[in-house]
Design a protein around this ligand. Structure first.
Ligand code: BGC
Length: 706
């Protein structure tokens, strides 16, 4: 099948005129809130979206219609009235630790895209959460390469199984939004291979996404789209990636990027705003005419695009698929349920369903809906947003920054599940006013929300709009206080010791209010686990001060990723810092016990153990196996995990086999992965900082891969 795709790409490209070839290399943005003038290259009747690339009808090559993607089919003003299933944030999917759920979520987006005629989804966001201030962490999965790759690969496979091409993005190190177009991410190349690039490598191997989208930032001095070392050397070279490399929107500063391996320039109208001209327009044609762009390179660019089209099958579409929106809502609901993390519970949860308490629900617009992240992933849910509150901010990105509220009201859902309770709402406008309602209630559920998204990093870990003070005040007024966070990142919790329970619900998507109410009332047993470390303080993180934070848009900045591959829990372990909540942490209404850890070595590590539900209700657990010690340097690495659903008293045997790259170091000189012979320490636990069983085994020396 893929051999066939190569041959067909070769044959079709061979029959093209140069004009046809060049036309495939530029993706034009549709009319939207950002681009208000219709580009003549987009034919009448084409549904507007993030990108349009003309086809070559005489050769049966379809046009490419590109849409964002990661959390549902987006519509930032492109198509009047078009709504789609709004899934929970990527970080919530990360918290599910559930690859099967990722695949189902991918299927939702793939089917809804295909039914609209979109054949390329700008999905597969996999940048690692290196900094808890990064505005786009909510779009991505986690701080860990294996967890991120395992879930992103399934989500891409779910999309491509519908005959729709998926990207994986942003290659690489777009791990902060502050001045992202002028940001130079500095990293040791070997450490890069062991972290962010490893996430890409595993996900690409498993899912074969049709396209890789480069990042906005520079990496070690050169823009991601002109980084020949990464594109030619690693992606197309060491990994033998056969698909095409597209730019992020407006990220192509010059035609020369084509010489470094970039195959397609996307969002070309933004090039004009950013760099004064379209990079792959006339200047690329001129470079070809005067011999600076070789014919072979032009052909290769085109062949790569065609190859992915044929491999995924966008040229073989039949009738549009049936889309069952009710079923898609069920998947959005299940994803929200599995993503919610119970961080703390001093016996306040679950709320007893048959009691008739006076419940105060405070803040977070919980009477309206649940928040979503802002930027290119924002999905308009069926029926439209419950509300859009313009937030704004400096730079042109400010125009895209809104508080989107999806219509799944926690107040309504709590009321539905606790019909005997008296539920009253206070907006949380002022600490004093909120305390009045808290004082005359039996239980207080206070919401803490943040607006996070593309183009902005958070300045610190606090909750905005004085919400920390509101939580302090209601907790002082009523000791029976439960906090529900709806954020895209870890936040500081100055009130942590004064409240009875804390839930992290992230941006929970269109069914989020229902999922939150189900967890609070115990209709659903919480099973989410943190895919990112919650620091106690920014001082514990690799960069307490973020370079260029506060500088005007357009200020060049250098960001030293000096932590290298020691991202998140790896860093905390190396520095011996105790986080507020560790990676992998999450409570349940039942209890789990681990036993019989048996670890085998040799070429790789295989860990077998038993997990038992020792509590009195059904629940899902995510036991995690970590490397904690190696002969060539202490380090911590998640080697594997499995989500297991167990009835009370039930036990299951789990086997985890490590990808040898997680045991190895990348040897830049050899250009290969190297395992040192000797003794390796392994630990099994419920979180990176809660390890209960340990074992040792020996590995043989090995040099492998590229
Ligand atoms: C984002 C990409 C997105 C593209 C198209 C860019 O601003 O960085 O993730 O796919 O826009 O909307």
């Amino acid at each position: 099948m893929t051999g066939d795709a190569d041959e067909r790409a070769l044959a079709a490209e061979d029959r093209m005129t140069d004009d046809e070839r060049f036309s495939l290399l530029v993706s034009v943005m549709g009319v939207s809130d950002l681009i208000t003038v219709r580009d003549e290259r987009i034919p009448d009747g084409t549904p507007m979206s993030a990108g349009y690339v003309p086809g070559v009808p005489r050769l049966g090559v379809p046009a490419l219609l590109m849409s964002d993607a990661s959390l549902g089919v987006t519509n930032p003003g492109y198509r009047e009235g078009d709504t789609a299933t709004a899934l929970p944030a990527g970080i919530a999917l990360g918290a599910s630790f559930n690859p099967a759920l990722a695949r189902e979520s991918g299927g939702v987006v793939g089917r809804e895209a295909r039914s609209r005629g979109f054949n390329v989804l700008l999905a597969g966001g996999i940048n690692l959460a290196r900094d808890p201030r990064n505005g786009r962490n909510f779009e991505y999965i986690s701080e860990d390469p294996l967890l991120s790759a395992a879930l992103v690969a399934e989500s891409i496979s779910g999309i491509q199984a519908e005959g729709v091409i998926s990207t994986i993005k942003h290659f690489s190190l777009n791990c902060n939004e502050t001045n992202r177009h002028w940001l130079d991410a500095i990293i040791d190349p070997a450490a890069h291979r062991e972290s962010d690039l490893l996430a890409f490598e595993i996900a690409i191997e498993r899912a074969q996404p049709g396209s890789v989208m480069t990042a906005y930032n520079k990496i070690n001095g050169g823009y991601a789209g002109e980084n020949s070392e990464l594109i030619q050397g690693v992606l197309k070279g060491a990994w033998d990636y056969p698909g095409w490399v597209m730019s992020d929107w407006g990220a192509t500063a010059g035609w020369e990027f084509a010489l470094s391996g970039l195959d397609q320039d996307c969002g070309c109208q933004i090039d004009v705003l950013m760099w004064g001209a379209e990079a792959f327009g006339q200047s690329l044609r001129d470079a070809y005419a005067n011999g600076r762009l070789p014919k072979e390179r032009l052909s290769e660019m085109v062949r790569r695009i065609l190859r992915s089209m044929y491999a995924v099958g966008v040229d073989r579409w039949g009738a549009p698929p049936e889309v069952d929106m009710a079923r898609h809502n069920e998947i959005a609901l299940e994803a929200a349920r599995q993503g919610i993390v119970l961080l703390k519970n001093d016996g306040a949860l679950p709320l007893a369903p048959d009691s008739s308490p006076r419940i105060a629900v405070i803040g977070g617009h919980a009477q309206v809906g649940v928040p979503a992240g802002t930027g290119s992933t924002a999905v308009v849910p069926p029926g439209g947003y419950a509300e859009v509150i313009r937030v704004g901010g400096p730079s042109f990105m400010g125009a895209t920054r809104n508080l989107y509220l999806l219509p799944s009201s926690p107040v309504a859902e709590i009321t539905k599940l606790l019909p005997q309770a008296q539920v009253e709402f206070d907006p949380g406008m002022s600490p004093a006013e909120a305390a009045l309602l808290a004082r005359r209630s039996d239980v207080v559920i206070v919401f803490g929300i943040r607006v996070e998204g593309e183009g902005f990093d958070s300045a610190d870990l606090s909750l905005p709009w004085g919400q920390d003070a509101v939580i302090e005040a209601v907790a002082a007024a009523n000791p029976n206080t439960i906090v529900v966070l709806e954020t895209g990142n870890p936040v500081a919790m100055p009130w942590r010791d004064n409240v009875k329970a804390i839930i992290e619900a992230w941006y929970p998507g269109q069914a989020g209010g229902q999922a939150i109410a189900e967890i609070l009332t115990g209709a659903i047993n919480p099973s989410g686990r943190l895919p990112v470390t919650f620091p106690a303080d920014l001082a514990q993180t690799p960069r307490p001060d973020l370079p260029s934070m506060g500088e005007p848009w357009g200020t060049p900045a250098t960001i030293e990723y000096g932590e290298g591959a020691e991202v998140g829990y790896r860093w905390f372990a190396q520095q011996r810092e105790q986080p507020l909540y560790g990676f992998g942490h999450g409570l349940s209404y039942t209890r789990f016990d681990y036993s019989d850890l048996l670890v085998l070595g040799g070429d790789t590590i295989t860990a077998t153990f038993a997990v038992t539900n020792t509590g009195d209700r059904q629940g899902a657990d995510v036991p995690q196996v970590y490397l904690t010690g190696a002969p060539d340097g202490a380090r911590m690495r998640l080697l594997g995990f499995e989500r297991v659903d167990l009835k009370p008293g039930e036990s299951k045997q789990v086997t985890v086999t490590a990808d040898p790259r997680l045991l190895a170091r990348f040897d830049s000189e050899a250009g290969q992965w190297r395992i040192a012979a000797g003794t390796y320490r392994v630990a099994l636990g419920s979180a990176a900082d809660t390890l209960s069983l340990t074992a040792e085994t020996a590995l043989q020396a090995a040099l492998f891969g590229r």
